[in-house]
Write a protein that binds this ligand. Sequence first.
Ligand code: CS2
Length: 495
Amino acid sequence: MTRLSQATLERVDGVRTPKFDRASLQSGTLHIGLGAFHRAHQALYTESALTDGDLRWGTIGASLRSARTRDALARQDYLYTVCERQTNTAELQVIGGLTDVLCATDPADYGRLVAAIADPAIHVVTMTITEKGYCQTPGGTLDHTHPDVRHDLERPKRLRSAPGIIAAGLIARRQRGVPLTILSCDNLTANGPVTRSVVTAMVEASNPAAAAWVEDHVTFPSTMVDRIVPRTMPDDIDWVYGEFGYKDAALVVCEPFRQWVIEDQFLGPRPAWEAAGAELVSDVAPYERAKLRIVNATHSMLAYLGLLLGYDFIFEAVADPGISTFVRGVLRDEILPTIDTPAGLDAAGYVEATLGRFANAAVPYRTAQVATDGSHKLPQRIYPTLHARWDQHLPTPGLELVICAWLQCLAGRAEDGSAFTIEDSGAGTLRDLVAAHDDPASLIGAIGRETGHWNSLKGQGHEELLGRLSTGLATLRGRGVRPCMADLAQTANHR
Ligand code: CS2
C-alpha cells in the first residue's frame, strides 16, 4: 500500500499537490492544537500564500496532549490531504505547509515548542484548542481553580495548559524583543480578549515585569472561523485509498464552504490570507455573534434533540421535519431578534444556508461529536442569546427546551432506549449528578451548588429560570421530545 509521503507524492493522481519547493520553506507561523479543524481551515489559507510564492510561511504544528497526529504526520513527511466533499463531488488537495510537528507532553518536544513561541522568525501564532482549552471563568478571566492552571502555577518543569505554555514562550520572547500576534480560532465570544486575559494572567503570575512587555508587544486579534470538519473516520481513509490509490492517515474531510474573518491588528508581517478569501475587518464581533448564535447554536440544538430521538448524524436530525420546524422557529422567534447581522448579511438567507450545510450527508457529522463538551459550549452558543432576550424581558421557551435536552442527554439514553455517550470534561460530575438525582428540581439545584454551571446564566430572573428548567425537564421526561417541540411550534404560530 502506498503511504502519502514526499517520495510518493509525484505518483498521486487526480489530487492537487504542493507547487512550491518544500525544502526552501521557512517557519513563520506556529499553530497550537493541530486537530482536523485547523488542518482543513487556516492551513488552507496559509497554503495559498505558499503557492503564491511567499515561502516565509511554513507552519510548525503543535498538539498539547496526544502525540497521535504528530506521529501520523511524521510518517508522511508532514503531508496530508484535505478532501472537500459534497454529494457527487470531491476535491482533494495535499497540503505541504507543515515544516514540523510537536507534542507538548513529549519531553523532547516541550522545550522546542516554548522556543518556537520565542523565536523571532515566528510572527503569528494561531490556535484551536477548543472552548475548554482556555481554562477561563464564565467572565472570560483565568480560572485559578482549574486543575491545569493550578498545576502550572506551581512552576513545574513542564507546563500543561495552553495559557501557561504560551506565557512561558512570551516570557522567553521578551529577551528577543520581537512582537508577536496570537490569533485564537476557537468558537468563543470575544476570543481575542479572552486569550489576552488568560495568557496575561499566567505571565503576571510567573513574571510580573514581562506582563508590561506583553501589553505593548503582543496583540490578540479576534477571529471568526467557519467550516464543517468532522472527525475523520477510518472509512474516509479507505475511500481515498480506493479512489486515489494512496493511504493518508492524517486525512481531513470537510464541506466546500469556508469563512475566516480576522480583526486587523497585526504587529508584524503575516501571510496574505486575504488572497485566499479571508476578510480583514476592524470589528469581528457582529460576525462572531451571528456565527455562534446561528451556526453553532443550531448545530448544538440538532445534536441534543437528534440524540434523544436516536439520530447518529446531524444530517439525519436536520431532515426530521419535527426537529427542523422547531429549530427554524427558535431561530426566527428567539435568536434572530438578538442579532445585528454584519452589514450586507441577510439573516434569513444565512439561516437557510446553514441548514443546507448541515444537510450535507457527504460530510457526516456525528450528533455525539457536536454534543461533546456541552458544559463549555452552551455558555458560548446559547446563553448569550438568553441574556440578550432577558435584557429585553422577552421569553426563551425554545432555548430552555434545548438546555433540558442537553441535561437529558447526559443520562446517555435515547427515547427508544438505545445508549450513547457524550464526552465532556465537566460531565463526569454532571453525569454523576444526573444519576444521583431523579427529581429534576433537585438535579438543577445540585448542578448549581456542585459545579457552578448556572453561574454563567446569572442575571435577571435567575431563580425563575431554574424553576422553568426544572418543570421543563420533568415535562420532557414525561412527554418526550416530539410533543414538547410541537407544543412550542404551535404556541409560536399563535403568538
Ligand atoms: C461544531 C463546530 O463540534 C461542534 O461543536 O458545532 O465544530 C462547527 O462545526 C464549526 O464551528 C463550524 O464552523
